[in-house]
Design a protein around this ligand. Structure first.
Ligand code: PMP
Ligand code: GLU
Length: 398
C-alpha cells in the first residue's frame, strides 16, 4: 500500500472547487442546479484577446517562453501597473505565472520557512491558508466580523505580530466578502508594516477592476513599504480569462528572482499563447470593462435586496468583487423534515438538495458562520436562485 505524504494529508481540498465539482456532477445527472459556487465571470473573453491568441498560434508562438514570461509581456505589465496603480516596477521585478494562484504559491514558498508565522485576516480566500501550510508556515488568523465590514484595523494587525511573523496576506477587493479597503485603511496597515521592515506583505489585487466604489488602491502605493510589498494580479477576473491561466506578481528584485527560480523547477513559463493574448489585455484601456462592472453592481443590488429581506441574515454591502458573504448562523440549530442544520456545511447541503442551488460554506474561508454566494451569473438565474433560497430558509424557520 502506497501511503500519501504528511504534507498532502494535512491539506484541505479547495472548498470552492469541491462545490463546483459537486454541482457539475449533479447537473450531469440531470438536476437543475444553479451554481453560485465558483468565482468566475460568466462573460466571454473579449474578441480582441481571442484574436491575438489565434494570431499567436499562426505565428508559431508555440515553444517554451522565458520562465518569468516574455520580456514584452512583462514590459506591458510594468506599464499597466504604472498606468492603473501608479506603481513603478521594471520588467525584472515581474514574474508571470500560471494564474495568480501560482504567483501566490511562488511567493509563499520563496519566503516562508517551517515555523514562520503568516498573518491572514479572516474571511480569507481558501487557498492562502493551504499554501502557507504547504510551506510549513503557521497561519495566524485575525478575525474581522460583518460589523466591521470584514476589514481589519491597523491595531488588530499590530497585535497579531510576533517575533516569528514573516508575512501578511490579504485581498482587496476581497474574496469572499467583496469588501474594499480605502486608501486610509491601507495606510493604517502600511504604518504597521513600516515598523516591521522584515515582514513581507502580499497584496492580492486580482479583483482590482471589479470595484463599485471607484478608485482601487494598492498597498504598494506607500513609498516607505514599497520594497516589502508583493503585488499580485492577473487576467482571470477582469478579462474573463479564468481558463487561460495568467497571473503575475511584482515585487523587489530579490523576491522576483526567487519566484523565477522556484517556477523554473515546477512549471516553467506559463502557456505561450496565453501570454501573447494577455499582452493586448494589458494594453487595453480598463474603461472598456465598465459595462461588465455595471452589470455586476446591478446583480449585487439584486441579491442583496433578497438577502436583506430574509429574517436572521446579517450581511454587509460589498463594494467590489462578485461575492456576498452573509452570516447565516441564525439558522444553525434549525431543522426541516430529515435535515438538521448544525453548521454552514449542513446548510449548503440542504440548499443543494432541497433548493438546487450551490453555495460555498464559509468554513474554508475561515468564517464558519457564513456562506458565500458568487453572483457572477445572469440576473434571471440569480432571481430564481434567490427565490429558492428564500423559500428553503423559510422552511427551516429559526
Ligand atoms: N486570488 C483570489 C482572491 C481569487 O479569488 C482567485 C480566484 N481564482 C485567485 C487569487 C486565483 O486566480 P487565478 O485564476 O488567476 O489563479
Ligand atoms: N477563485 C475562485 C473562487 O474563489 C475560483 C476557484 C478557485 O480557484 O478556488 O471561487
Amino acid at each position: 500500500m502506497i501511503s500519501l505524504s504528511n504534507r498532502l494529508n494535512a491539506m484541505e481540498e479547495s472548498a470552492t472547487l469541491a462545490m463546483a465539482r459537486l454541482s457539475r456532477t449533479l447537473r450531469a445527472e440531470g438536476k437543475d442546479i444553479i451554481s453560485l459556487s465558483l468565482g468566475e465571470p460568466d462573460f466571454h473573453t473579449p474578441q480582441f484577446i481571442k484574436d491575438e491568441a489565434i494570431r499567436a498560434i499562426e505565428q508559431n508562438y508555440t515553444t517554451y517562453t522565458p520562465v518569468a514570461g516574455y520580456d514584452e509581456l512583462r514590459e506591458k505589465i510594468a506599464h499597466k501597473l504604472l498606468r492603473d496603480n501608479g506603481l513603478t516596477y521594471s520588467k525584472d521585478q515581474i514574474v508571470v505565472s500560471t494564474g495568480a494562484k501560482q504567483a501566490i504559491a511562488n511567493a509563499v514558498l520563496s519566503l516562508v520557512n517551517p515555523g514562520d508565522e503568516v498573518i491572514i485576516p479572516a474571511p480569507y480566500w481558501v487557498s492562502y491558508i493551504e499554501i502557507v501550510k504547504l510551506a510549513g508556515g503557521i497561519p495566524v488568523i485575525i478575525e474581522a466580523s460583518v460589523e466591521q465590514d470584514y476589514k481589519i484595523t491597523g491595531q488588530q494587525f499590530e497585535e497579531a505580530i510576533s517575533s516569528k511573523t514573516k508575512m501578511f496576506i490579504f485581498s482587496s477587493p476581497c474574496n469572499p466578502t467583496g469588501s474594499v479597503y480605502t486608501k486610509e485603511e491601507l495606510f493604517s496597515l502600511a504604518q504597521v508594516l513600516e515598523k516591521h521592515p522584515n515582514i513581507a506583505a502580499l497584496s492580492d489585487e486580482i479583483y482590482e477592476h471589479i470595484n463599485f466604489a471607484g478608485g482601487h488602491h494598492s498597498l504598494a502605493e506607500f513609498p516607505s513599504i514599497f520594497e516589502q510589498v508583493i503585488t499580485v494580479n492577473g487576467a482571470s477576473k477582469a478579462w474573463a480569462m479564468t481558463g487561460w491561466r495568467l497571473g503575475y506578481l511584482a515585487s523587489s528584485k530579490t523576491i522576483a528572482d526567487a519566484c523565477n527560480k522556484i517556477q523554473g523547477q515546477f512549471t516553467s513559463g506559463t502557456n505561450s499563447i496565453t501570454q501573447r493574448a494577455a499582452m493586448v489585455a494589458m494594453d487595453a484601456n480598463p474603461q472598456i470593462l465598465q459595462d461588465m462592472v455595471n452589470q455586476f453592481e446591478k446583480r449585487r443590488d439584486l441579491v442583496l435586496g433578497y438577502l436583506q429581506k430574509i429574517p436572521g441574515i446579517k450581511v454587509n454591502k460589498p463594494t467590489g468583487a462578485f461575492y456576498l458573504f452573509p452570516d447565516v448562523s441564525a439558522y444553525f440549530g434549525t431543522s426541516y423534515q430529515n435535515y438538521t442544520i448544525a453548521n454552514g456545511n449542513d446548510l449548503c447541503m440542504y440548499l443543494l438538495q432541497e433548493a438546487n442551488i450551490a453555495l460555498v460554506d464559509g468554513n474554508g474561508f475561515g468564517a464558519p458562520k457564513c456562506i458565500r454566494i458568487s453572483y457572477a451569473t445572469s440576473e434571471e438565474q440569480l432571481s430564481i436562485a434567490m427565490e429558492r433560497l428564500t423559500e428553503a430558509l423559510s422552511k427551516l424557520g429559526q
